[in-house]
Design a binder for this molecule. Structure first.
Ligand code: PMP
Length: 436
């Protein structure tokens, strides 16, 4: 491993292998060691690495133009991608605002929501309710609605405190996630919170339909999503879905919200939307929200690099590839098989206390005791150790802490949506050897 001093500092001092090439589900470092990308980076490279059709589309666009400032030019690529994106979203969500990443998409949603409230004469609404734990991004606005202690606590004085409700974690509370009463039990906490805050002050509710980094692929209990949507409608609170991780096919539907036929006011996407080929994200809003904002003088927000033709051409090619290869269907099929395999490992390793997920967003959680759901001791950092062992064996996985970021080690397994049964065999073998 390379231990030369570096000018880079992304996190700690530990140096990582130097990436050389990536193809399909595999990546190679400069020493020729091969890795299976079992987490698609951070659930990003949904269609696999170095897809030739996407690279061709990017080359063609590069030969024409790589940048046109969005306030100076329309581009064919951004128009086409916006139309395609709108067609894949629920009815009415047909106004698309491009950005360069997930945090930017979330910020944009919060600011559109606020400008909409002002435009319709409801300026008293500004509070955004979200859940604990949750992850919505690292910029201060997105962080204010995030709840993950190590990432949020140091910055608390710099942020407007926003109300939170507990994310449903039926498995920890000893409730049956298949029962509608469980979903309603948690959803009703949203209604209580809106009433407590004063409905006229509440602007929006933001939720990850299936938890990502925060809860480790945790699927909400039956009835939860439908009920929170209903409660939002009842109080005129905007319903915003953060599909940054779940969007673009990862959970076995193009949007996770399709699992419950939801009709949100705003959806945000990034990660798999451009599948790692370019920085790209999108905020897709209902026309009902956008029109009053435009009438009132325009949307006062934007990022310089947003919507550039190269990013949009890549994004469009990514969606074409997802459709051409039916990767959404493959994510559903392979996801079921991957979960079966993880359950098999759970039978053999007592340290695995829970297996969960939907499509190819799957995870398992380490526990000290499966019966009591007691987490491993905080100081143990078993999630780091596991990732390191898997890495040495040539498997990349994504680990975080489920319980507010301080304990509850979960490992997300989310390979590119092009995986085959043979790749799943390989992943399972390396997980097995790492667990052993
Ligand atoms: N929302 C969710 C649900 C995410 O998972 C992430 C990234 N992990 C973000 C927002 C922020 O995206 P980015 O890192 O691209 O800014």
């Amino acid at each position: 491993m390379n231990v030369k001093p570096s000018h880079l500092f992304y996190q700690g001092r530990e140096r990582k292998p130097v990436l050389d090439q990536a193809r399909g589900v595999y990546m190679w470092d400069v020493d020729g060691k091969r890795y299976l990308d079992g987490s698609s980076g951070a659930m990003v490279c949904n269609i696999g690495h170095s897809n030739e059709n996407v690279l061709d589309a990017m080359r063609r666009q590069m030969e024409k133009s790589t940048f046109g400032y969005r306030l100076h030019f329309e581009t064919e690529a951004s128009e086409k991608l916006a139309a395609k994106t709108a067609a894949l979203c629920p009815e009415g969500l047909n106004r698309v605002f491009f950005v360069s990443g997930g945090s930017e998409a979330v910020e944009s949603a919060l600011k559109l929501a606020r400008q909409y409230a002002l435009a319709i004469g409801e300026g008293s609404r500004w509070k955004i309710i979200s859940r604990a734990p949750s992850y919505h991004g690292c910029t201060l606005g997105a962080l204010a609605i995030t709840s993950y202690a190590p990432l949020t606590d140091p910055f608390a004085p710099m942020m407007q405190a926003m109300p939170k409700i507990p994310a449903p974690r039926a498995y920890l509370d000893g409730l049956d996630a298949d029962k509608e009463a469980t979903g309603h039990h948690y959803a009703d906490m949203l209604e209580a919170k809106i009433i407590e805050e004063g409905p006229e002050s509440v602007l929006a509710f933001v939720v990850e339909p299936i938890g990502g980094a925060s809860t480790g692929a945790l699927v909400p209990p039956r009835g939860y999503m439908e009920r929170v949507q209903e409660i939002c409608r009842k109080y005129g609170v905007l319903f915003i879905l953060d599909e940054v991780m779940t969007g673009a096919g990862r959970t076995g539907k193009f949007l996770a919200s399709e699992h419950w036929n939801l009709a949100p006011d705003i959806i945000v996407m990034s990660k798999g939307f451009a599948a790692g080929y370019v920085p790209l994200g999108a905020m897709v809003a209902h026309e009902r929200l956008v029109e009053p904002v435009l009438d009132a003088g325009g949307f006062l927000h934007g990022f310089t690099y947003a919507g550039n033709p190269l990013a949009c051409a890549a994004g469009l090619a990514v969606i074409d590839e997802i459709e051409r290869m039916d990767l959404v269907g493959n994510a559903a099929r392979m996801g079921d098989r991957l979960q079966e395999r993880l359950r098999g490992l759970m039978q053999r390793y007592a340290i695995i206390g829970d297996v969960r997920g939907k499509g190819l967003l799957t995870a398992f959680e380490f526990m000290a005791d499966r019966g009591t759901k007691a987490p491993l001791p905080k100081g143990l950092r078993a999630f780091d150790r596991f990732v390191q062992i898997a890495y040495e064996k040539g498997l990349i996985v994504y680990a975080r802490r489920t319980r507010d970021g301080v304990e509850g080690d979960h490992i997300i397994v989310a390979p590119p949506m092009i995986v085959t049964e043979t790749h799943l065999d390989e992943i399972t073998e390396m997980l097995d050897a790492s667990l052993a």
